[in-house]
Design a protein around this ligand. Structure first.
Ligand SMILES: Cc1cc2nc3c(=O)[nH]c(=O)nc-3n(C[C@H](O)[C@H](O)[C@H](O)COP(=O)(O)O)c2cc1C
Length: 178
């Protein structure tokens, strides 16, 4: 028997609404990472909590992050091509929350309070206690809706905390592996 696909309803919206999109995507459990960059212009560090970090290719080693286009991070990443990602441990929930607060505290104060070392390849802060860190150089900037996708070549990758457990984000809240 031949299956006949239902034709789309003529009155259906052209795409999912923001509420539908959010509700569906909140069901995706993600690791939480901190994207960091050293701004060559003012010498300051910037950090942003992100769940959009994705492994893309092994050879060459490529990763992807998605950054909101009007954010400070997007602005800094438009003038420097090296950056880093620290994958947060379950004990670093406060760090995730603090680096997701827009404009509340300056990044300078946050980093002064956050033990870190400077990545040798990127100049960006690498957070102490992270499960893993990668330092990247931007290969491609891809505009995507209200975000910019950054495809980065991994220059250096480390696993400073191999026994750690990941911080997760699921259904609108931070979680840990049960
Ligand atoms: C769990 C979590 C994940 C987030 N993931 C991203 C992300 O992948 N990309 C992004 O642009 N913003 C993401 N955000 C929001 C940014 O962390 C936040 O908007 C940003 O730090 C605000 O600072 P800015 O606009 O001053 O740069 C996330 C926030 C949270 C709490």
């Amino acid at each position: 028997m031949r299956y006949v696909y239902p034709s789309p309803q003529p009155e259906a919206a052209p795409h999912a609404t923001p509420d539908e999109f959010r509700a569906a995507l909140s069901q995706l459990a993600s690791g939480v990472s901190l994207v960091t960059v050293h701004d060559p212009e003012d010498g300051e560090d910037a950090g942003m909590t992100a769940t959009s970090f994705l492994s893309v290719s092994l050879e060459p080693p490529l990763v992807l992050i998605s950054v909101r286009e009007d954010s400070r991070m997007d602005e800094v990443l438009s003038r420097t091509d090296t950056w880093a990602v620290s994958l947060l441990d379950e004990g670093q929930k406060a760090l995730g929350s603090r680096f997701a607060m827009k404009g509340r505290l300056s990044d300078r104060l946050l980093f002064a309070d956050t033990p870190h070392r400077r990545g040798p390849r990127s100049g960006a802060p690498l957070v102490d206690g992270a499960l893993a860190t990668v330092e990247c150089r931007t290969e491609q900037r891809i505009p995507a809706g209200d975000h910019t996708l950054l495809l980065g070549r991994v220059l250096e990758a480390t696993v400073p905390n191999p026994a750690g457990r990941p911080l997760l984000y699921f259904r609108g809240g931070y979680r840990t592996l049960g």
